[in-house]
Design a protein around this ligand. Structure first.
Ligand SMILES: *Cc1c(COP(=O)(O)O)cnc(C)c1O
Length: 230
């Protein structure tokens, strides 16, 4: 019971902080989707979150997401895949994922073309905001090509862009998210319905909201520290 009430308190506190950041940015909190990132936490914690009214959860590892979504199939949760996705796992991820935020190459789109889906999966083009090609995300010059490819793919619905901020010592989140906003406009120019920006984590959600984020991916501020894996 103690754990549950601590979780409820952290969730409520984060929701208040998000609402305050939205107000400060002259935006409506209702326009923001809070995705609670539950990676490394057991399915039981996701179930508690659902009981507290959480509808959207995020996972970054396919196998873990697959197991948890199967165990929690009785709940009306929307699963957001936010991590690196191997091309050969894409069709499997499509079985549980309502949204994939980490589409960063054409080959991934190609493998999702033949996915078996009831409704198209919401697709975000992940952009790399750093100069390190080893981080996830497409190079900014590839954004249009990937977005066009998604638009040609009936199993996918183009929603917008996604990014992880650079490390604070590399670049301020504020300027990185300002660039992301520009990338989002390039995608929206291809399809006026693709208006979403997936950005903002525990330490930079306020900057993301100020820069127009629509989907926040918040983990540790709500779930507590991630259990260490053995
Ligand atoms: C883990 C993760 C998050 C959440 O990070 P927190 O700092 O715990 O809020 C968001 N986005 C991605 C892609 C992640 O891997």
């Amino acid at each position: 019971m103690l754990e549950r009430s601590a979780l409820a308190a952290r969730l409520a506190q984060m929701q208040q902080r998000i609402a305050a950041a939205a107000t400060a940015a002259g935006r409506e909190a209702d326009d923001l989707t809070l995705i609670v990132v539950t990676k490394f936490h057991p399915a039981s914690l996701v179930r508690e979150l659902a009981a507290l009214g959480v509808s959207d959860v995020g996972e970054n590892r396919h196998q873990e997401a697959q197991l948890k979504s199967a165990e929690l199939a009785d709940l009306p949760l929307r699963w957001h895949f936010i991590g690196q996705l191997q091309t050969k796992k894409a069709r499997q991820a499509a079985k549980y994922a309502h949204a994939i935020h980490s589409i960063d190459r054409e080959r991934l789109v190609e493998s999702l073309r033949t996915a078996e889906v009831d409704t198209p999966i919401e697709a975000f083009v992940q952009v790399n905001l750093t100069n390190d090609p080893g981080r996830g995300g497409a190079h900014p010059t590839e954004i249009e090509r990937i977005a066009e490819r998604i638009l040609e793919t009936p199993t996918l619905q183009l929603r917008g862009v996604m990014a992880v901020a650079p490390l604070p010592e590399e670049e301020e989140a504020e300027s990185a998210f300002a660039r992301l906003h520009g990338f989002a406009e390039r995608v929206r120019a291809l399809d006026p319905r693709a208006t979403s920006i997936s950005a903002g984590m525990t330490h930079d959600y306020a900057e993301a909201i100020a820069a127009g984020a629509t989907h926040l991916r918040i983990g540790s501020a709500i779930t507590g520290n991630r259990p260490t894996t053995g």
